[in-house]
Design a binder for this molecule. Structure first.
Ligand SMILES: [Zn+2]
Length: 413
């Protein structure tokens, strides 16, 4: 059955998982452009305002020539700063274009192959596996291992080390009880605006945590600090986050040593909140950059397991004669089933069976008394080769001899 049909490469389906490979640089380019525009607008409006004020002051004789010159100098300095920032944005843009170019080339290589038997295919799919492994390591926080693997395989431009390194750094800070880095991420450039468009609650939850920490340590902070923080960062959102704002007010009325007695407030002081914030940050980060929420390795693995899994893989008596296992009865070619291997069996337990629209069972199946079934043509061919007497056949696998009238025809319904 190793015919052309089954080894033919379906390029579109093959690249289904690779969309993020091209999408992330595009998202980062958009982000880069938006940040550049943000800087130009911010400093541009400063210069415009200052210029207008200086001109009117000058006409009205309110400032001296020397002061006017000083203001002009400060405007020039500000514009130089903009130029410096724009150079950095432009370098980042070039870097991302390089990434995109290499990625397009890598994916285009697949279109040069037409079957999985192509000699180049093995190398290509090896690179893809390395990419998936690197992506997995990066997402799990093993940045050094990911970097080493990418360097060793020469795939640095095909993986997103910088993006995940920054994400992991902020995540680690949250797990260590610091919200500053995540807040800086939320408010850098125009991220704040983008997060608002996504209806993200990340910034509010970080501010809320800041408030909880102030209240928890109120003996060391200024008396009105908690209230000032709440007024500025929590109360304006009281319609959107009613419960949180109500709990924030209540928390102020309970002494820290009594908090553990009230369920609703106990949860606010729980260390588990940091894990929740770290996970919330990761989810927000991924959806802002259109990254898949779970590692691609998981998706590839579960679809692969699903495609290979058969109902017999998890039967209670996999090897008993009464319930012959799928990998010993029907086909000689698949003598080892990957799903029945010790490494993959547990992993495959909860994945569904794939829908196989094409059957790979031999035609004219005959059932032997030992519970095995083979195609009639193959049995006859084997009997001829083995020089068996008339009306005799031999089990292709076990070598047991039977009479033809002992065989039963198998009907698949
Ligand atoms: Zn199996």
């Amino acid at each position: 059955m190793g015919d052309y049909e089954s080894s033919k490469l379906d390029h579109e389906n093959h690249l289904l998982l690779d969309q993020p490979l091209l999408q992330l640089p595009v998202e980062l380019l958009r982000k880069n452009l938006r940040s550049a525009r943000f800087e130009v607008e911010k400093d541009g409006s400063f210069v415009k305002e200052t210029l207008k004020k200086t001109v009117t002051d000058n006409v009205g004789g309110r400032i001296s020539q020397q002061d006017a010159l000083k203001t002009l100098d400060s405007m020039i300095a500000r514009m130089r700063g903009v130029k410096r920032k724009l150079t950095a944005f432009s370098e980042e843009e070039n870097r991302l274009h390089r990434h995109e170019e290499v990625r397009v080339k890598h994916l285009a290589e697949l279109y040069g192959m037409h079957t999985v038997d192509d000699v180049k295919y093995e190398g290509w799919s090896r690179t893809r596996l390395d990419r998936l492994l690197t992506d997995y390591l990066l997402r799990q926080g093993y940045v050094d291992s990911a970097k080493a693997l990418a360097k060793e395989r020469g795939i640095e431009l095909l993986v997103d080390i910088d993006t995940f390194e920054q994400m992991n750094r902020i995540r680690r800070c949250l797990l260590n009880g610091s919200v500053q880095e995540a807040l800086a991420w939320c408010t850098a450039g125009d991220t704040k605006k983008e997060l608002r468009k996504m209806d993200s609650n990340l910034e509010f939850m970080l501010r809320y945590q800041q408030y909880i920490e102030i209240v928890r340590n109120r003996s060391q902070t200024k008396p009105d600090e908690a209230l000032a923080h709440a007024r500025k960062h929590l109360f304006p959102y009281r319609d959107m986050y009613k419960t949180e704002v109500m709990h924030a007010c209540g928390l102020l009325g309970i002494l820290p040593e009594y908090v553990s007695r009230v369920e609703a407030y106990k949860e606010l002081y729980a260390p588990a909140r940091w894990q929740m914030l770290a996970d919330l940050f990761t989810t927000t980060h991924h959806s802002l950059l259109s990254l898949p929420p779970i590692p691609l390795l998981h998706i590839a693995l579960s679809s692969g397991l699903s495609a290979l899994k058969t109902p017999a893989c998890h039967s209670i008596h996999p090897n008993s004669a009464a319930a012959p296992s799928h990998h010993t009865s029907l086909s000689l070619a698949t003598s080892v089933c990957p799903i029945c291997s010790t490494e993959l069996n547990e992993l495959a337990r909860n994945v569904p069976h794939a829908l196989h629209s094409k059957s790979h069972v031999e035609p004219d199946l005959l059932l032997l008394p030992n519970g095995r079934a083979y195609g009639k043509a193959r049995l006859e061919e084997y009997a001829k080769k083995a020089n068996l007497g008339d009306g005799q056949i031999k089990d292709l696998r076990t070598g047991q001899l039977y009479r033809v009238d002992e065989l039963k025809k198998v009907y698949i319904t």
